[in-house]
Design a protein around this ligand. Structure first.
Ligand SMILES: Cc1cc2nc3c(=O)[nH]c(=O)nc-3n(C[C@H](O)[C@H](O)[C@H](O)COP(=O)(O)O)c2cc1C
Length: 383
């Protein structure tokens, strides 16, 4: 029987699934519920000072982004915790602890790193916290905190160093995906002595315009989360995993056990989730863990250590790929239903139909593989 245990920076999680810092962890009770549902770890809403601009309730804070009626992502303007530091310290962390999950406390990197160190000290002094997660990555603030720190390796270094000076338990730093090169920021985190990185926060974004009224759907820039951001997270995750020797907690668009596996295959140790819980409730935690266990048993894996990073050695550059022999599409005439989709999506006009089946002209085929992606009968293949 597969063992789901993982070790992140010296801390044992009973499984790799972690409730990310977001609305489902806005108080101790949300995290207690997730813990009782079997989750490995929980991250509270980012703890920091109460600020006027982060006050709740606010006037509209989510926009679900749909494509063809299906939700593909979500923009939120939620910002940090609405609870006081005192409430977290006196009450909510203890309630969260009753759920039995590892507590990875999210701490806001304050404009002055000395204040960050004080906050770290106060939160860990509760004795309720197992790991600290320094937030240098919130995409909403106009200036001073969040991604304005996290986009700079130098500022991130100062904050991580300050947090480390006070930390007696492992520290991970939650990075922003709104950078070109996350590797240099992750290297600064390592140099500062932190024990892990969390990849990553939501992406600074704009929700859209109501074309009937001409007005924005949300009137400020927010954080984009959910399935649409997964390829962006996977880019950063794999780049950091290949170059920086630190355990990684990956987040973004997990919607089933499969994404947990994918992220671990790209080097993650734990995998966090927020939007999926907001869309489906805490009940999916148990289902995903069961699915993960069953998948591992089916594949004969005893431990997640066996699959960590296994996809990384295959990642190369487009320049290297260009040196490989060209490939061409081929259509299996026995399977082809002559639906015409491949002709429509072939921008090289390499596919034609004889009235019964589709055929590829090898001299026109670019080898792009679009027909393979769209073919509903599985008759197109590249070779
Ligand atoms: C409503 C909402 C609130 C969030 N609040 C925080 C927060 O307080 N601190 C933080 O570090 N990340 C916060 N996040 C970001 C999530 O932790 C996570 O990084 C992001 O949503 C991507 O994961 P997902 O696609 O599973 O939601 C928030 C996300 C959402 C959707």
């Amino acid at each position: 029987m597969a063992n789901l245990k993982v070790n992140f920076a010296g801390v044992e999680f009973k499984n790799p699934l972690v409730l990310a810092s977001a609305a489902p962890s806005w108080d101790g009770e949300g995290m207690r519920i997730a813990g009782l549902a079997g989750i490995g770890g929980v991250v509270p809403k980012t703890i920091g000072p109460i600020q006027d601009w982060a006050a709740h309730p606010r006037n509209g804070r989510f926009q679900i982004i749909r494509h063809g009626g299906k939700p593909i992502g979500m923009v939120n303007l939620e910002l940090f915790t609405t609870k006081t530091r005192e409430a977290w310290i006196k009450e909510d962390l203890a309630v969260a602890k009753e759920g039995g999950a590892v507590i990875q406390a999210s701490i806001l990197a304050m404009p002055n790193p000395d204040d960050t160190a004080v906050l770290v000290d106060e939160i860990q002094a509760t004795g309720m916290v197992d790991v600290l997660e320094l937030n240098v990555s919130c995409p909403m603030p106009a200036q001073g905190v969040g991604m304005h720190i996290g986009k700079s390796p130098e500022l991130t270094f100062k904050q991580a160093k300050a947090a480390k000076s006070a930390a007696k338990i492992p520290l991970t730093v939650k990075l922003t995906p709104t950078v070109f090169d996350m590797v240099e920021v992750a290297m600064a985190v390592k140099e500062a002595g932190a024990e892990g990185v969390t990849i990553s926060n939501s992406i600074r974004s704009f929700a859209g315009v109501d074309i009937e009224t001409g007005k924005p759907l949300l009137r400020a820039y927010g954080g984009y989360s959910g399935p649409a951001i997964k390829p962006i997270v996977m880019r950063h995750l794999s780049e950091v995993a290949r170059k920086v020797d630190l355990p990684i907690s990956a987040i973004g668009g997990v919607m089933s056990f499969k994404e947990i596996v994918e992220y671990i295959m790209l080097g993650a140790t734990t995998v966090q989730t927020a939007t999926a819980i907001m869309w489906n409730g805490y009940g999916i935690i148990g289902k995903w863990l069961k699915d993960l266990e069953e998948w591992m048993d089916l594949k004969g894996y005893q431990s997640l250590d066996e699959i960590r990073g296994i996809a990384l050695p295959y990642i190369t550059t487009t320049e290297e790929l260009a040196k490989l022999p060209p490939m061409f599409a081929n259509i299996d005439e026995d399977k082809c239903t002559n639906c015409g989709i491949c002709q429509k999506v072939c921008m090289y006009r390499a596919i034609s139909s004889n009235g019964n089946v589709c055929r590829v002209s090898k001299s026109d085929c670019d080898g792009c593989g679009a027909c393979v992606q769209w073919c509903p009968s599985g008759s197109a293949a590249l070779a």
